[in-house]
Design a protein around this ligand. Structure first.
Ligand SMILES: Nc1nc2c(ncn2[C@@H]2O[C@H](COP(=O)(O)OP(=O)(O)OP(=O)(O)O)[C@@H](O)[C@H]2O)c(=O)[nH]1
Length: 304
């Protein structure tokens, strides 16, 4: 379908999910899109880039902008992330505030709701209780009531990205808030993130598995080059650098005789092969970029 032949009544526009780290925003985006476009992990602040997932319907196209969790900034990176979040809110057609069903609503959620109230004057805000599969129904009902107390929502919806409960209902409620208009992206396209960014995120996701404490926030990945092997149409060479902030962190990422890095590379390679639909040779190096989170020049180089 091209934009010139879209049916009458077609709607298109942008939505974003906000919520404290780990609220389940990326997983929900993937569930709505039906494909893994945003990486997820059980470490807070996994999402750094504004990733768009695209939901295609016969009567609408919904573009989901995935933002990092809003949090109190402690580093320059933290500040930039927060600016990015606020910028995103003011540009979308509808916002969903996500609160997990299995955690008490706390100061973090109220802080975000306070910021959102300014947005709510011109943009509808939906209250979304996520991860309903983790708690009994009664608890979901209580959480919906508690969330309703936090601010005036256009709708309140419970969902589970894991068992699919109400994912379609939520898609419908978001789409209801979009303005009439033609499709914004070609039919079937799921994200407009450049492939290299998705590949870098898959490497970072693999590297985050099993690391603890401060290390997750110190890892950044840049794909330096990605091209088909000469004379082959079934193999892509990917050259990626994994940055950490200190030599001690490099040792952790490498593991004993580099075994940990090998596992990371192999996991990442399998995911990249799925994404690209070809075989992949992944060349992965670990480098120390001293305190990159606090250094504007290095932040720019790493894409922030
Ligand atoms: N059981 C269950 N777990 C979920 C659900 N949605 C997300 N999770 C888990 O919750 C954790 C956080 O999910 P994410 O989607 O990464 O959360 P996020 O809000 O995007 O987190 P940040 O990127 O840190 O802002 C992951 O371990 C997910 O697997 C759900 O519907 N049910």
């Amino acid at each position: 379908m091209t934009s010139s032949e879209y049916p009458p009544g077609f709607r298109s526009g942008f939505a974003c999910f906000v919520g404290r780290p780990n609220a389940g925003k990326s997983t929900l985006t993937n569930a709505l899109v039906g494909s893994k476009v945003a990486i997820t992990s059980d470490k807070p602040q996994t999402t750094r880039h504004t990733i768009r997932g695209i939901v295609h319907r016969a009567d609408a196209q919904l573009v989901i902008v995935d933002t990092p969790g809003l949090h109190r900034p402690r580093t320059l990176l933290g500040q930039r992330l927060n600016d990015l979040v606020r910028e995103t809110w003011s540009e979308v057609d509808v916002v969903g505030l996500c609160v997990p069903a299995d955690e008490k609503i706390g100061p973090g959620d109220r802080f975000i709701a306070g910021e959102l109230r300014k947005v709510a004057k011109k943009t509808p805000v939906l209250g979304v209780v996520t991860k309903t599969d983790l708690v009994p129904q009664q608890r979901v009902a209580e959480q919906l009531l508690a969330l309703g107390e936090v601010m005036d929502f256009a709708e309140l919806v419970p969902v589970s990205a894991v068992d699919g409960f109400q994912v379609d209902v939520l898609a419908g409620l978001l789409i209801d808030r979009l303005p009439p208009g033609p499709p914004l992206y070609p039919h079937g396209e799921l994200t407009d993130e450049p492939e290299a960014t998705l590949v870098a995120e898959l490497v970072r996701e693999a590297a985050l598995e099993g690391v603890r404490d401060e290390l997750p926030h110190s890892i950044a990945v840049v794909v330096e080059d990605m091209s088909p092997r000469e004379g082959r149409d079934d193999l892509v060479d990917v050259y990626a650098e994994l940055f950490v902030e200190r030599p001690s962190q490099k040792a952790i990422v490498l593991g004993h005789r580099g075994e940990r890095l090998k596992r990371v590379g192999s996991t990442a390679r399998q995911h990249i092969e799925k994404l690209l639909g070809t075989r992949v040779y992944l060349n992965l190096h670990v480098k120390v970029a001293k305190d990159w989170q606090r250094d504007p020049k290095q932040l720019r180089r790493l894409g922030f």
